[in-house]
Design a protein around this ligand. Structure first.
Ligand code: PMV
Length: 325
């Protein structure tokens, strides 16, 4: 038996319609569908080598060896790949991301998308995009959306087979940019895996999920028509609804810092003055501020001038996960 190896890269994504809560947490079948945009320039690159001599899977992330829960999560994806390919070899996984881990951009989406592609290629499996998206989903739900390119919709589905993401528009469909306003975070936040489990404890989650098909339709239409105003209003509503669920879970998850609200209010103020911008916030205090590329200079300058903003990271619309070499 010889070593089987492949390298793949993937981008993280920012959700316009959020995934929050699972109907099946083992399969990571979401309570509702979601829509996102891949983030160009921010990249995770992962090499997987199945080696006959390895007694265990080994994981290195950004130069540091990872054991425990992080390794178990990766091994569970490798187990699925080994089962599909009928191989028993353990693997060495080396992963590097070019964006800071404290930047409020979850690396799990790009990491599990790149892992799914590299591992299946190394094992000699030629999966379809939908099959890859399903596999990435098992590592992190949002990773399903980092497999296809551009603007992406993840269909919630009722079964493993039905729950995958596909592109609804290519990266060059609309030249939007994401300016991530980085705020100084106070303490360690509750991770999304624990957060999803708390979603049903909020009395607001059922209403959020019931209304999701309407928000998905409005968001999809706004993207297809490049209707910035409509996109701005549905994305801000969806983000506020997810945070209302988080804040009313038991125990409550309160991700905002005072500076988070400062940015949200500033974005609404700038929009009322004619600057095309809107915000969306994931499971952390940082604020993603979306705008057309033409408004990027002014948006970034404005954000840097706000109290509590320590840095601004900028990304365009990214392509699909792809193989390297
Ligand atoms: O894929 P996870 O388990 O990291 O969950 C992602 C959760 C949010 O980022 C808050 C929303 C989303 O749809 O990306």
């Amino acid at each position: 038996m010889k070593t089987l190896s492949a390298t793949a890269q993937a981008h993280p994504n920012i959700a316009f319609i959020k995934y929050w809560g699972n109907r099946d947490s083992v399969l990571r079948l979401p309570s509702n569908g979601s829509i996102s945009m891949n983030l160009d320039g921010l990249t995770t690159r992962t090499t997987v080598s199945f080696q006959p001599s390895l007694p265990f899977d080994e994981l290195t992330i950004n130069g540091h060896e990872v054991i425990g829960k992080g390794l178990d999560r990766v091994s569970s994806i490798l187990d699925l790949v080994r089962r599909m390919a009928g191989i028993g070899m353990k693997a060495e996984v080396i992963s590097e991301s070019n964006f800071p881990s404290g930047a409020g951009i979850a690396s799990s989406a790009s990491a599990f998308a790149a892992l799914a592609l590299a591992a299946t290629q190394a094992a000699g499996l030629g999966l379809s995009e939908a099959e890859l998206s399903r596999l990435a989903r098992r590592g992190s739900g949002s990773a399903s959306r980092s497999v296809p390119g551009g603007f992406v919709e993840w269909h919630a589905g009722n079964t493993d087979e039905e729950s995958f993401a596909e592109s609804i528009a290519s990266p060059d469909h609309w030249d939007l940019a994401d300016c991530v306003a980085i705020l100084s975070a106070g303490h360690k936040q509750t991770g999304s895996t624990e957060g999803h489990a708390l979603a049903p404890t909020s009395p607001l989650q059922a209403a959020r999920v019931a209304d999701a098909p309407r928000r998905l339709d409005l968001c999809r239409q706004a993207i297809l028509k490049r209707d910035f105003e409509s996109l701005a209003s549905i994305v801000e509503l969806d983000s506020d609804m997810m945070h209302a669920v988080m804040m009313t879970s038991q125990p409550a998850l309160f991700y905002w810092q005072p500076a988070t609200l400062t940015v949200m209010q500033a974005v609404r103020e700038w929009r009322s003055q004619g600057l095309p911008v809107f915000y969306t916030i994931d499971a952390g205090p940082n604020v993603h501020v979306l705008c057309p590329q033409a408004a990027l200079g002014e948006t970034e300058k404005n954000l840097r001038g706000l109290p509590g903003v320590t840095d601004v990271l900028v990304a365009g619309v990214g392509g699909p996960a792809r193989l390297l070499s």
